[in-house]
Design a protein around this ligand. Structure first.
Ligand code: NAD
Ligand code: MG
Length: 399
């Protein structure tokens, strides 16, 4: 039996994780859950999964949950704040952490769990983008098992020979095993066929209505700008130890081929499935065994079109910014991620236009000091400075 901490249990990935866990009570026991502010859902999750500890974002939220749990007759330790997130992910009783907090807030609890050698199921790509080398060395030094949950990386993991990202740090490993490149697929999002002029007018509601996937608001906007793919290129670089020239991106509107690996002998191996995150979640939870994910099968008895096309970088410059940050190295990915988090939040709050997300990230990235210490303190400082810089630019743009 595996003992699980779900960081971000009230989000899209968190809820899907608990659905897979619910179907396998003999395999999984929930030890801790965390949420930012959704007290109602967290209370329901406490009643069903009986964790020993839960964490909320604020003292006020924690007090309100405590009251609710008292009425429900449940005994659960309720804590709040960033330190408590680390406590939840590093409990001795926890052996597996689903990292499904959105954004940089997920970094510390995830990296600390990795240092302690827990199995990490990584959905929170921002943590790896902002602190890739540090994160991978925590995984290596702690002897943690790192399993990618992001559907593309999970697909690649399944298509690689001898996949084991715990030694993703060993650069060149896959080249010596005949891997030529990896092909990340992208749906192209809701605005795949929009012109630049049309992109200027799109609303947060339109950006969050993804054609194939149901996801949280931040990643939905990232998918619409294709910054999601930029972040995923950096994520793939760290997970699989491949240089950016060996990481390609293709538009695949049907989201059935989740990604592919091309070998030097001409073979291309792809992983296919429904666009449903329960498949990669179940893969990570059950690994190395396969378990039922509760997902409808792909039906090959009816006609399917699987099409692929290149990305138009003039309409989706965020992908190019991802490659640029990876090539620049140092603190550039940290800055890219921080500026993007501020820009997406500002767009969702109607303070900037959709097309200004890329403009803002580009300006912050190009004006920032990218060299500097890439230890945890240096990363957190660069993250903070880039956010402040981005906030000032938002004020200028929305004035
Ligand atoms: P979401 O917005 O639905 O959920 C986010 C979760 O994080 C919630 O439980 C929320 O309470 C918590 N949270 C938010 N801000 C927090 C903070 N400051 N401190 C502590 N907790 C906080 O997001 P999601 O779609 O579930 O995505 C979660 C992560 O998984 C993201 O990093 C995303 O990029 C990644 N991911 C998601 C999908 C998907 O299909 N949803 C696919 C691939 C990767
Ligand atoms: Mg993805």
């Amino acid at each position: 039996m595996r003992h699980i901490c779900v960081l971000g249990s009230t989000g899209s990935i968190g809820v899907n994780t608990l659905e897979v866990i619910r179907a396998h009570p003999d395999l999984f026991k929930v030890e801790s859950l965390t949420a930012h502010s959704n007290i109602e859902l967290l209370a329901k999750q406490c009643a069903e999964f009986k964790p020993r500890m839960v964490v909320l974002g604020s003292v006020d939220a924690a007090n309100r949950l405590n009251e609710q749990l008292k009425v429900m007759g449940l005994t659960v330790t309720v804590e709040h704040g960033a330190k408590a997130l680390v406590t939840a992910s590093t409990l001795t009783s926890v052996d597996t952490v689903m990292a499904a907090i959105v954004g940089s807030a997920g970094l510390l609890p995830t990296i600390e769990a990795a240092r302690l050698g827990k199995r990490i199921l990584l959905a929170n790509k921002e943590a790896l983008v902002m602190a890739g080398d540090l994160f991978m060395s925590a995984v290596a030094s702690g002897g943690a098992e790192l399993l990618p949950i992001d559907s593309e990386h999970n697909a690649i993991y399944q298509c690689l020979p001898d996949a084991n990202t715990s030694n993703g740090g060993s650069r060149g490993k896959y080249s010596s095993l005949g891997v030529k490149e990896i092909l990340l697929t992208a749906s192209g999002g809701p605005f795949r066929n929009h012109s630049l002029d049309q992109l200027k007018e799109v609303t947060p509601e339109q950006a969050c209505a993804h054609p194939n996937w149901v996801m949280g608001r931040k990643i939905s906007v990232d998918s619409a700008t294709m910054m999601n793919k930029g972040l995923e290129v950096i994520e793939a670089h760290h997970l699989f130890g491949l240089p950016s020239e060996q990481i390609k991106v293709l538009i695949h509107p049907q989201s059935v081929v989740h990604s592919m690996v091309r070998y030097i002998d001409g073979s291309v191996i792809a992983q296919l499935g429904q666009p449903n995150m329960k498949t990669p979640i179940a893969y990570g939870l059950g690994w190395p065994l396969r378990i039922d994910a509760g997902v409808t099968e792909l039906d090959f008895t009816t006609a399917h079109d699987l099409s692929f096309e290149p990305v138009d970088l003039s309409r989706f410059p965020c992908l190019a910014l991802g490659y640029q940050a990876l090539a620049t190295g140092g603190l550039a990915p940290t800055i890219l991620n921080a500026a993007n988090e501020v820009a997406v939040d500002s767009f969702l709050n109607h303070r900037i236009r959709f097309t200004q997300i890329a403009e803002l990230v580009e300006r912050v990235l190009n004006q920032a000091q990218v060299s500097g210490a890439v230890g945890l303190d240096g990363i957190l400082e660069a993250d903070k400075v880039a956010r402040e810089h981005a906030q000032i630019m938002v004020k200028g743009l929305s004035a």
